[in-house]
Ligand binder design. Sequence first.
Ligand code: SD4
Length: 334
Amino acid sequence: MKRRKFIQSASLSGLGVVAGSAVISCAESSTSSENKPEKMVNKVSLPVVVATWNVNNATAKAWEQLQQGKSSLDAIEAGCMVEEANAEGQSVGIGGLPDRDGNVTLDACIMNKNGDYGAVVYLQNIKHPISVARRVMEDTPHVILAGKGAEKFAIESGFKPEDLLTEKSRADWEKWKEKSEYKPIINIENHDTIGMLAIDSKGDIAGGCTTSGLAYKMAGRVGDSPIIGSGLFIDNEVGGATATGLGEAVLKTVGSFLIVELMRQGKSPQEACEEAIGRIVAKNKNIEDFQVGFIAVNKKGETGAYAIHNGFWQTRYQDNKNENIPSDFYNKKS
Ligand code: SD4
């Protein structure tokens, strides 16, 4: 069985019993309902949390918030903060790998059910860019704050400045400098930029994306993660999508917005992610050199994931199960 088919059928199985969650039946088969075996009915339950990569602690935190009746926005912030605070993770928050000059610079954004959006780019010395992004959205007339201005705003808002370059990341950077060879790294430790989408029990969708960006990037570089429509997009009528991987490729195709618009036109989250990857593949001759992965969720709580290469994962918390799910991918040679 092809992996995609396997993932689809895996996501359909085990959906019969759902404790304490709303279950939505969304069968699209032409078989008559009397003849339809239970397992053929695509029942999807809410709430749901999905995130890029294997980040069970983050999805568990977000799920906990939803179980306490908090909004999807609260769940997203709390979930993303788990990875930002994890000094072992070298692509998000504290411990993130620095740029070529040794600066850890963070990008993040958050989007709510009303289509409000807040972001920080090139933020230094503040461990929780997702929370600063939320404050930008809620407390300022702007949507993006950058660099020193973002840091000043964060400190004035009560965030504590701290050195984000850990000994391990400093040592890795020192080693990298011996050759100073810049290449985007594919699938860092199965644990990379965190993009997270959540639907709460009211059916409202929110999303967030947080990263230290590409390791050893040029100073001043900003990726897709904090840019609306590229690293993240939410439309509460339709669904949400978020990205990981080489930001330059995602930015040029406005991938997350594309996925949401494709879902609006009737594509499933899986089909929409596949088409967004297809656009990137069609426009880049060097796909061997970089990875991009998308995840998506629609209003019903159906999810999808697709990447250029093998090795991309999503974590999904749904039906009281917190699961790591391998993503299907385009390059079957990888
Ligand atoms: C960026 N998309 O800054 C981020 C990095 C990333 O997996 O996702 N790496 O381009």
